[in-house]
Ligand binder design. Structure first.
Ligand code: GLC
Length: 435
């Protein structure tokens, strides 16, 4: 006890007499407290949350693990959403409308840019990404990522619809692949009923974003237009538009297309075509890898070409594709930018291209020998985008598309005539745009 008192007394004396001891002790206490505050905070990684289309989730997991390994301070919280573009858009939209969106990043379909940017939900990336870096991407994808001249999205894949056809069945019938709508109907009818070909043509006819994407090809490939984004002029009730929808209805009326097409998204069409009983299919390039899987009944029997059009008109392939934006409300813009750079970078684009057959949006990957060895049709797809069908880049796109989807689906399933459908769609679209 006495010893302890003596020790405390000596320490107090030393404290009073030595300024060095005093300073060192204070410094040590300060350093320890700082560490105690900073260490736990540092060991808490920043979490970035985003929604992802369900089919992409399994392929992305290993890439996310790679990113987290390279960036120990960041965790990526990928929330699995539905597949259809418009359904994920709805989820993002309600989150942003409610005000406290949990999302830091947005994986955006090309059609969302105008609406999300106009609503102020996205960070303006114009001055954050130098032009030299943007030059590495397909110019059409970058253009489609701007709204009113400002950049809000960086693409990580493009999309171009194609006509998939059964080379073997056409060869057996001594037919060339069709260029026009009529040729496709005739070729289908000639082949149907033989060699297991029950159906001629499948496409996306369900009431969702995919039907609008498909229809713009038939519409513009017939010389028509949907909405002129500069003037808001609506072309849906013009004769070319009515004829375009007539073609789709005819495919069902003539039994070339199953009536069930009015419930088909991309995957339903792909599964039917893959089962081996259909001659033609309109779909996106992702279908190629699946059609050629080892256990696929049509493996090695499928070829692709640009989509069909009216005689004397050009083939128009819908410009699709996805890219990353950063939520304007994120608390972590620096980390979000790192994730955006990773997802849109060469490594991720090449990996997802090889695993899923997605078209990259980085130009150099179209010269990559590994990619070309696996997908020798990529140059055809890229060429199809030289004359793209661009869904109107207007802030009201989601509503305009909803109107069109509703009337297309009514006419394809035979509930109303193509003319009635297009007239009503035009009227509602004009009311929406106030023209
Ligand atoms: C694909 C396209 C996208 C389009 C969607 C329609 O995902 O990339 O742009 O909106 O299909 O289903």
């Amino acid at each position: 006890m006495e010893m302890l008192q003596e020790y405390r007394y000596k320490l107090a004396q030393f404290w009073r007499s030595s300024i060095v001891f005093r300073s060192l002790s204070l410094l040590t206490i300060f350093a320890i407290s700082a560490l105690l505050i900073v260490l736990p905070a540092r060991s808490q990684p920043v979490v970035l949350t985003f929604l992802m289309n369900a089919p992409e989730v399994p392929n992305l997991r290993p890439l996310i693990a790679e990113f987290e390994k390279q960036n120990p301070g960041i965790k990526l919280n990928m929330i699995e959403g539905p597949n259809a573009s418009n359904l994920i858009e709805d989820l993002n939209t309600s989150a942003f409308l409610l005000g406290s969106a949990p999302y830091d990043l947005v994986n955006m379909d090309v059609t969302w840019v105008a609406k999300f940017a106009a609503a102020g939900w996205l960070r303006d990336l114009t001055n954050e990404i130098p032009q030299e870096q943007l030059n590495e991407f397909l110019p059409g994808d970058i253009e489609a990522s701007r709204y009113q001249g400002k950049l809000y999205r960086v693409p990580w894949r493009t999309d171009a619809a194609l006509l998939f056809y059964r080379k073997d069945l056409l060869d057996q019938a001594g037919l060339q692949p069709p260029e026009t709508f009529d040729q496709l109907i005739k070729a289908s009818q000639q082949i149907q009923g033989k060699n297991g070909a029950q159906w001629g043509y499948v496409y996306q006819g369900r009431q969702y974003e995919g039907v609008a994407a498909m229809f713009i090809e038939v519409l513009e490939g017939n010389g028509g237009f949907w909405v002129n984004p500069q003037t808001n002029e609506v072309g849906l009730d013009r004769p070319e538009a009515i004829q375009a929808l007539n073609f789709l209805r005819t495919t069902v009326d003539k039994g070339v297309t199953p009536a069930g097409v009015s419930t088909y998204q991309e995957e339903e069409a792909r599964l039917l075509f893959q089962s081996g009983n259909t001659v033609f299919m309109r779909n996106w390039p992702y279908a190629w890898a699946l059609l050629n899987k080892e256990d696929s009944p049509v493996r090695g029997k499928v070829a692709v070409k640009p989509v069909i059009h009216a005689p004397g008109k050009l083939s128009v392939s819908c410009l699709g594709g996805w890219g990353w934006g950063i939520a304007s409300t994120t608390q972590h813009p620096v980390e979000a930018r790192k994730a955006l750079d990773f997802f849109t970078g060469t490594h991720v684009q090449k990996t997802t291209s090889l695993s899923s057959g997605y078209l990259p949006s980085r130009k150099a990957l179209y010269k990559d020998p590994e990619i070309l060895a696996k997908y020798d049709f990529f140059p055809v797809a890229l060429k199809a985008l030289e004359n793209p069908g661009i869904r109107p880049p207007i802030a009201q796109y989601a509503q305009a598309s909803d109107i069109l989807q509703r009337y297309l689906s009514s006419a394809i399933s035979g509930r109303i005539s193509p003319e009635e459908a297009m007239k009503s769609a035009a009227r509602e679209t004009r009311a929406l745009l106030g023209v």
